[in-house]
Design a protein. Structure first.
Length: 441
């Protein structure tokens, strides 16, 4: 779930075509979709999304896989105990008519094996699995941060479309009142019939826009429900009239190297370097000790109850298998290093881009807020001046349209700024736990 998803989300919500209703399917874990009993905040939506997300659950399993890899590496250094039982049969039919199949020998023993030296393979594998666990933890953390970006985008898109619909409803009421006033003025001979027709045309246009806004609201609701696994009745912005504040650019950029995905790729590089040592262990001798304790042995063998062996394996020539494995491990380590360098550079770029977006959006939103205030004043003045016959009906309708367009543009800019704020925080990556669980704009 990345930026492409968010761009697609925005494109779907604001497209001019009626979108097909998206139904959230039950996921493989058979999670139950419940109905929210109250309007949800951003923090509550995010908490529900964490529980719902299959990607977070997969990352959690990967952490457990890394722990399992550590246990596998540890087993190289631990003793192995096994029980062996052997029963042999032979055909004795050639010995006489009373002969057939008879047991020839029986052997039961406990076998003990301990690796004393394996070329530091176990130590390298254990250290690598520890780095892998840290890598998976950082990857899970980054997935949670990216999920926050997706949820905040969906959350504020839902509120934006809802406020957009309210704006249409307000304009609709104004036009209805306007038509009533024009009907009365026409009856008194103070207004022309064409003025009423023109106003009705604008009213019907607004009604068409309202229907489109209702469809967009339902689409935004369904996307948010897909992320949270909850039927959303409504959402509430706990900082409804407040714009976010941001600090200096350098304070954000300086945190780029501490972002979770950057650290994760650095740990992956460390895992790859440890694997070089594991593969180079194939050049070194392997020393093991093995012992047996017999509980039963064939009669023709000595009755000793135990024996111990010390085995030393010195590789002399095994083809090019080890050489190829070492070369592959070194190339994989180089690839992991390049991936780390790329991710680090991408982190700096993400933060710079996110900062530029919100740095531009904040003054634009403040300017649109002032424009909205002036548009409201202009409409009130035009309405009063029309009553005094200083302006005509077309000028009043133009003031209404300007007010409508300005209000909707401001609403879009306002919630776009809030989305940019959370995108900046996710781009930085170092989000406190309370910020992940609760809305703190």
């Amino acid at each position: 779930m990345n930026r492409c998803f968010r761009l697609l989300l925005i494109a779907l919500v604001f497209s001019g075509f009626r979108a097909t209703t998206i139904k959230a399917e039950e996921n493989a874990a058979d999670k139950t979709v419940v109905m929210a009993s109250k309007p949800l905040t951003l923090g509550e939506c995010y908490h529900l999304a964490l529980v719902q997300s299959e990607f977070i659950a997969i990352d959690a399993d990967k952490i457990k896989e890394a722990q399992a890899h550590f246990l596998q590496a540890l087993s190289i250094m631990m003793p192995h105990v096994a029980f062996f039982g052997q029963q042999d049969w032979e055909d004795t039919s050639s010995l006489g008519p009373s002969s057939g199949v008879a047991a020839r020998s029986v052997e039961n023993r406990f076998n003990f094996t301990q690796t004393l030296f394996s070329g530091f393979k176990a130590f390298g594998a254990m250290k690598g699995s520890g780095l892998e666990k840290e890598q998976r933890e950082k990857e899970k953390r980054r997935a949670e941060e990216l999920l926050l970006a997706d949820v905040s985008d969906s959350f504020y898109l839902f509120i934006q479309v809802r406020e957009d619909l309210k704006s249409y409803q307000n304009i609709h009421k104004v036009l209805v009142d306007r038509i009533k006033e024009l009907d009365e003025r026409e009856r008194l001979g103070k207004s022309r019939p064409s003025e009423v027709v023109t106003t009705r045309s604008q009213l019907y246009s607004v009604e068409a826009d309202m229907e489109l806004a209702k469809g967009n609201l339902e689409l935004a609701r369904q996307i948010l429900e897909f992320l949270t696994g909850t039927d959303i009745s409504d959402c509430v912005d706990s900082a409804k009239d407040e714009l976010p504040t941001v600090g200096e650019k350098d304070s954000y950029i300086s945190k780029a190297t501490g972002r979770s995905d950057v650290i994760a790729t650095q740990k992956a590089w460390g895992v790859a370097k440890q694997n070089i040592g594991v593969q180079e262990s194939g050049y070194l001798p392997e020393v093991t000790t093995e012992g047996n304790y017999y509980t039963r042995r064939p009669s023709y063998i000595r009755k000793d109850q135990w024996d111990i062996y010390l085995r030393v394996k010195i590789p002399i020539f095994e083809g090019t298998e080890v050489f190829g494995a070492v070369k592959e491990a070194r190339l994989q380590a180089h690839e992991a290093e390049l991936e780390f360098q790329h991710t680090k550079r991408q982190a700096f770029l993400d933060i710079r881009d996110a900062y530029v977006r919100i740095e531009t959006a904040l003054p634009r939103t403040l300017a649109l807020k002032k424009a909205l205030e002036e548009a409201e004043k202009s409409y009130e003045l035009q309405k009063d001046e029309y009553k005094m016959n200083l302006v005509n009906n077309l000028e009043v309708l133009d003031a209404i349209r300007t007010l409508e367009d300005t209000r909707r543009t401001f609403i879009a800019a306002f919630y776009e700024t809030k989305r940019y704020f959370w995108q900046l925080k996710v781009a930085v990556g170092q989000i406190a736990e309370d910020e992940l669980r609760n809305e703190t704009v």
